[in-house]
Design a protein around this ligand. Structure first.
Ligand code: 3PY
Ligand code: MG
Length: 252
């Protein structure tokens, strides 16, 4: 399908992509966020409420809205990664990667043998990608998360993993790993320094670096700092803050 090829090419072109985390298990919410102009939507199966039954419907809704569908899988599990792709995701974000072995396993789960370990059964992917050829189906995006003390220590070997498209920094877990609170702005200097070392490692290995921002203007700053894949918020928190503002205006 032309959409998949165009969206994957754009992501890999060096352009900055702004996205939203989706925690609410609703195809409609996902479509609204995609159609609002997000470049990608990350359907979060690690912390979000999105179960395997609704995932394919949400992937379709994201594509209908014109955005690139990513799935954050619950863990570095080859079955979960393969299923996300089989159901039409064009990228995965794999959390809590600690070392090169973890990263190699995540990348292998995204590709078919001989390069990888993925099992063939592209039940929806063949229509989303427009081909049942394993080579074409393997052109999906593999992003791993660095957000632990070991991940930070081993970031260079992780970033050097062949076939890896990028590293997404999880600032909340990374803050906890550094003995800092998971939330709050501005981010403490020690967290900023750790994030910068990961960003530099990604730049050296010519892979995408991504992270979260708490709003659009901080996402813009992250883009100016060299991040290429940035989330501007989450559906649940955006809904919460918009509702609180309107209710405060109404109630005075
Ligand atoms: C983190 O900040 O730890 C994340 O995983 C982002 O969602
Ligand atoms: Mg995390």
């Amino acid at each position: 399908m032309a959409f998949a090829a165009t969206a994957l090419d754009r992501f890999r072109s060096g352009a900055v992509s702004f996205g939203v985390w989706s925690l609410i298990p609703s195809p409609y919410t996902a479509e609204v966020m995609a159609a609002a102009g997000a470049d990608f939507i990350c359907l979060d199966q690690q912390h979000g409420l999105i179960d395997p039954a609704i995932l394919p419907l949400m992937v379709s809704a994201v594509i209908a809205g014109g955005a690139l569908p990513f799935v954050r899988v619950p863990s570095n599990d080859a079955a979960a990664i393969g299923r996300a792709f089989d159901h039409g995701a064009l990228g995965v974000i794999v959390p809590m990667i600690e070392n090169a072995g973890d990263a190699r396993r995540a990348v292998a789960a995204c590709r078919y043998p001989p390069e990888g370990t993925r099992s063939f059964g592209p039940v929806r992917a063949e229509r989303v990608i427009g081909s049942a050829d394993p080579v074409e189906l393997s052109k999906v995006i593999c992003i791993v998360m660095v957000e632990t003390a070991d991940g930070l220590r081993n970031v260079d070997e992780i970033a050097a993993t062949p076939g890896l498209d990028g590293i997404f920094i999880g600032p909340a877990d990374l803050a906890i790993a550094l003995g800092l609170p998971p939330r709050g702005a501005p981010r403490p200097q020690a967290l900023q320094d750790a994030m910068e070392s990961i960003r530099i490692s990604c730049a050296q290995h010519e892979i995408v670096v991504g992270t979260t921002a708490s709003d659009g203007s901080r996402a813009r700053e992250a883009a100016d700092d060299g991040y290429r894949m940035i989330t501007i918020g989450m559906d649940a928190t955006l809904l919460d803050s918009a509702l609180r503002a309107e209710l405060a205006a109404a109630k005075g």
